[in-house]
Design a protein around this ligand. Structure first.
Ligand SMILES: *[C@@H]1O[C@H](CO)[C@@H](O)[C@H](O)[C@H]1NC(C)=O
Ligand SMILES: *[C@@H]1O[C@H](CO)[C@@H](O)[C@H](O)[C@H]1NC(C)=O
Ligand SMILES: *[C@@H]1O[C@H](CO)[C@@H](O)[C@H](O)[C@H]1NC(C)=O
Length: 415
């Protein structure tokens, strides 16, 4: 694998693991990471013709693949499920909705469960025109107009670039194609990029409303042992990390690292996913092998560093380049510019759903976000608390339709 060549000198740090934000699988991921190494494709065990062909069409839905180019040259795969299984192309205008996945997964996370459990299918069957986004560097978005995915420069992005480039590119595209304002559903990092963008007053002309699952904004209350480790140990290591431009769970160097970590006293890999994402109540554990064909996905190390800065500093700002001079060079000021969530337009319809067992979207951090939104128009803000849910339940929970997706659909239909 190409991964091994340029990165072997870097020593991985144990606290890295906190940020396996959305590892959807129980302990098998550790085995999986090892056994999938030899499969040939650079990420996922997946080859061939796109998410539509592989997953959506076999379930009996129409599906189209699109390519969207960002202003900074990335080419993003976007899938569209234009109608439900039962609908006959009746020419009726359907409300478009854009689904934005979280970190370390891709758009497939919305379609991996059966149609009656997966959000993308449920929305299509309820009359929506569903568009599935895929962040730069994931399986369906591996190209750039001039950079090769093996170049370090390809991976020189954090979530700032997802706010500035990926989200606007996808949203503009859907808006142009459909001629309608777009509803949005984000999970995890997909909530942060929407909130950040809205806080800058952007998107509102093309976005109709947003449903945010496991909202991530503040990260300072992450309380897991691994999280504490990160917060303490992170700073000194930044420059070492910057040598590692792609973070891919399925690469040999990362899986070796994980295996080594599991031998450390006090780290119980059996509980690793629970330790990172919280104790998910409602996943289908027999579907793990299938999930592993599509997830986890790579992202950039810089993205993790940016998130770790939020854990450490307790604020939401652009990426901190680590010195006054470097920040001055990038931003024209010594501190990275903040994203101020109080500036989200007060009449923009927002649905937030957060879980009582979510170790990443900690309830205290969500409450801090809600405090920023305290002046929001009351009839434009709907907040749902799901006591038994952890981070991954919101996407793959077998009962999410009844608990979360039904309320989202009625929220969309009334705003
Ligand atoms: C990217 O680089 C790899 C390895 O260096 C090479 O095999 C591949 O052909 C390149 N891809 C493109 C599109 O240039
Ligand atoms: C769980 O996954 C298995 C294997 O994919 C599937 O046969 C079963 O129907 C799933 N159960 C539920 C409740 O989704
Ligand atoms: C955010 O903006 C609000 C008012 O718009 C202001 O009161 C608050 O101090 C700002 N917060 C930060 C962290 O800049």
């Amino acid at each position: 694998m190409y991964m091994a060549s340029s990165h072997t000198t870097c020593s991985f740090l144990s606290f890295f693991l906190l940020f396996l934000f959305l590892v959807i699988v129980p302990p098998q991921v550790l085995v999986g990471a090892r056994s999938l190494n030899g499969r040939g494709r650079r990420s996922g065990g997946v080859t061939g013709d796109g998410l539509c062909e592989l997953v959506v069409i076999p379930q009996g839905y129409k599906c189209q693949e699109y390519k969207v180019q960002t202003e900074d040259g990335y080419i993003l795969g976007l899938q569209r499920i234009p109608q439900g299984r039962e609908s006959k192309g009746d020419g009726k205008k359907r409300q478009p909705v854009l689904l934005q996945h979280g970190i370390l997964v891709d758009g497939s996370s919305w379609v991996l469960n059966p149609p009656e459990e997966s959000l993308a299918f449920i929305l299509a069957d309820n009359g929506f025109d569903v568009w599935i986004a895929n962040t730069r560097g994931t399986t369906w978005s591996p190209t750039h107009i001039s950079l090769n995915i093996t170049d370090q420069a390809f991976w020189s992005f954090s979530w700032d670039e997802l706010v500035s480039y990926d989200l606007p590119a996808n949203l503009d595209f859907v808006y142009q194609q459909t001629g309608q304002k777009v509803d949005y559903v984000g999970h995890s990092l997909g909530t942060l990029i929407a909130l950040s963008s809205l806080s800058q007053g952007k998107l509102v002309d093309k976005m109709k409303s947003a449903a945010l699952l496991s909202p991530i904004a503040y990260l300072s209350h992450i309380t897991t042992p691994l999280g504490n480790l990160v917060a303490r140990a992170f700073v000194a290591e930044v420059t070492k990390w910057l040598g590692i431009s792609e973070f891919n769970l399925k690469s040999k160097i990362v899986s070796d690292f994980i295996n080594k970590l599991c031998d450390q006293p006090g780290v119980d890999c059996f509980d690793l996913v629970a330790a990172i994402t919280g104790n998910n109540c409602c996943l289908n554990h027999t579907a793990v092998e299938y999930y592993l064909k599509y997830e986890p996905q790579p992202t950039s190390t810089k993205n993790f560093i940016h998130l770790a800065q939020m854990v450490r500093d307790g604020v939401i700002t652009k990426y901190n380049y680590g010195s006054k001079e470097a920040n001055m060079k990038h931003y024209g000021q010594v501190n990275p510019p903040p994203y101020n969530m109080s500036n989200i337009p007060k009449d923009f319809p927002l649905f937030l759903s957060y879980g009582g067992r979510d170790a990443l979207s900690d309830t205290d951090d969500v409450l801090q976000l809600l405090d920023d939104l305290k002046m929001h128009d009351v009839d434009k803000l709907r907040v749902q608390y799901v006591e038994e849910y952890a981070h991954v339940d919101f996407v793959l929970g077998v009962n999410a339709k009844a608990i979360v997706y039904g309320p989202i659909i009625s929220f969309f239909n009334t705003h």
